[in-house]
Design a protein around this ligand. Structure first.
Ligand code: ADP
Ligand code: MG
Length: 381
C-alpha cells in the first residue's frame, strides 16, 4: 500500500536527521473491558512483541495486519513500565535547557487520561514526571559542581477548546494569545504560572484546575473529551554568580481530545462544529508529526493552536513522545486503525486469518492480576 511505502521511505531518511527531531511513537493497548459473551468476538487486536501488534483486516478476513512502532505496551503493561520505557529518559534534557513533550492520542475510552494522569494507586505519567523532576532539581542543586545554580519549577495548565486557549488555573482567562519571542520561544502572555516546590504544591493547583475542566464538561456534554488538556512544567535554572546565566527547559504533558471520527457517530450542529475543530487540530498534529519524521522542510506548525503552542517543544532539538492509546473491543476498530496508521513506523499485511489464535485468554488474564501488582510498584516509586 502507498501509505506504508511512504512510511518505509521515511524510516530510511531518518538516518540522515538528528534523532531527537523525530517524534517517538509508542502504542498502549488497554485491557478488554466490555462484558464478554460467547457470541461477540473478544478482541480484534493483540500484541506480538515489544514493538509490534496485529489486528484483523476488515477488508479481508483471511488476512491480518501487523504494525510496528518504537514501542508497544500490551494490556498487562503497568503505569511504571510505560513511564520508565518511554518518558523518564527525556527528563534530564529539561535540566540543560531543552524542551520536551509527551502526548496521549487515541479515541475516547481508550486510556489517554489513565496513561497521563492515572489514579492514586496507579499514578500515570504526569505525577511521576513531576515527582522525578522535583527530585532531580533537588539533587542537582545539592551537587558540588552545581552549587552556583538554583532551580525553579513552575506549572501552567491550559485547555485548548475550539481553537481557543483557556487558562485552567484562572478560568476568567478565556482566549489567550500565543506569541513567539525574538529567540523563537513560544509563550502565552498572561497565562497563570505557579511555582511548585513540592508535590503537594503541584496537587494544590492541579486538582482544582482539573475540576474546572470537568465542571465545564458537564455543561457541554463531555467537553473534556473534545478539548486538549495541556500541562506545562517549566524548569528554570539560574546561575547565582556572574555572568548570571539562565536556562529554561519546558515539558508539555498533553491529554489530547478524543480522536474518534464524530461524523460517523452522527453528531450535528455545535457538536459537529466542535468535532470539526478537534479533528482539524489533530489532523494538523498528525501532519506535523509526519513531516518531522519524514524530515520534510516545511512543518505546518501554524495550522492549529495546538501545534503552534508546541512549535518549540515538538521536533527540532526537542524530545517528543506520542503514546497512542487503543482499545481492543470491536466497536473501536476503525478508531484503532486511525490511531495505528498515525503511529506506525511500518505496516505489513500477513496472509493468515486473525482468528487462528484465541484472544480470550490474552484479554482476560493480565487484567485480573494487575491492581495488586500496580499498587506495589506505585508505592515503591
Ligand atoms: P480516555 O481518557 O482515552 O477517554 P480513560 O483513560 O478515561 O480513556 O479510560 C477509559 C476507562 O478505561 C477508564 O475507566 C480507565 O480507568 C480504564 N483504563 C484505561 N486504560 C487502562 C489500563 N491500562 N488498565 C486499566 N484500566 C484502564
Ligand atoms: Mg480522558
Amino acid at each position: 500500500e502507498s501509505v506504508s511505502m511512504a512510511k518505509r521511505v521515511s524510516i530510511l531518511d531518518q538516518h540522515k536527521k538528528p534523532s531527537s527531531a523525530r517524534v517517538r511513537v509508542a502504542v498502549r493497548l488497554r485491557p478488554y473491558m466490555e462484558k464478554e459473551d460467547e457470541k461477540a468476538p473478544a478482541a480484534c487486536v493483540r500484541g506480538l512483541d515489544s514493538q509490534s501488534l496485529e489486528i484483523v483486516n476488515w477488508r479481508n478476513q483471511l488476512e491480518t495486519m501487523q504494525y510496528q512502532f518504537d514501542a508497544f505496551y500490551g494490556d498487562s503493561a503497568t503505569q511504571r513500565e510505560i513511564y520508565m520505557g518511554s518518558v523518564c529518559h527525556i527528563l534530564p534534557h529539561l535540566l540543560i535547557g531543552q524542551n520536551a513533550s509527551v502526548f496521549a492520542y487515541g479515541p475516547t475510552g481508550a486510556g489517554k487520561t489513565h496513561t497521563m494522569l492515572g489514579n492514586p494507586s496507579q499514578p500515570g505519567v504526569i505525577p511521576r514526571a513531576v515527582r522525578d523532576l522535583l527530585q532531580m532539581t533537588r539533587t542537582a542543586a545539592g551537587g558540588h559542581e552545581n552549587e552556583n545554580w538554583t532551580y525553579t519549577i513552575t506549572m501552567s495548565y491550559v485547555e485548548i477548546y475550539q481553537e481557543k486557549v483557556m487558562d485552567l488555573l484562572e478560568p476568567k482567562n478565556k482566549d489567550l494569545p500565543i506569541r513567539e519571542d525574538k529567540d523563537h520561544n513560544i509563550l502565552i502572555p498572561g497565562v497563570t504560572q505557579k511555582t511548585i516546590n513540592s508535590f503537594g504544591d503541584f496537587d494544590e493547583h492541579f486538582i482544582p484546575a482539573s475540576q474546572n475542566r470537568t465542571v465545564a464538561s458537564t455543561k457541554l456534554n463531555d467537553r473534556s473529551s473534545r478539548s486538549h488538556a495541556v500541562l506545562l512544567i517549566k524548569v528554570q535554572k539560574s546561575q547565582q554568580v556572574s555572568p548570571f546565566r539562565q536556562l529554561t527547559g519546558k515539558l508539555y504533558l498533553i491529554d489530547l481530545a478524543g480522536s474518534e471520527d464524530n461524523r460517523r457517530t452522527g453528531n450535528q450542529g455545535i457538536r459537529l462544529k466542535e468535532s470539526g475543530a478537534i479533528n482539524s487540530s489533530l489532523f494538523t498534529l498528525s501532519k506535523v508529526v509526519d513531516a518531522l519524521n519524514q524530515g520534510l522542510p516545511r512543518i505546518p506548525y501554524r495550522d492549529s493552536k495546538l501545534t503552534r503552542l508546541l512549535q518549540d517543544s515538538l521536533g527540532g532539538t526537542a524530545h517528543s513522545v506520542m503514546i497512542a492509546n487503543i482499545a481492543p473491543e470491536q466497536k473501536y476498530y476503525f478508531d484503532t486503525l486511525t490511531a495505528l496508521n498515525f503511529a506506525a513506523k511500518s505496516k505489513q499485511i500477513i496472509n493468515k486469518p486473525f482468528s487462528q489464535e484465541t484472544t480470550q485468554s490474552i484479554a482476560a488474564l493480565p487484567a485480573m492480576k494487575r491492581p495488586r501488582e500496580e499498587a506495589e510498584t506505585a508505592a515503591g516509586s
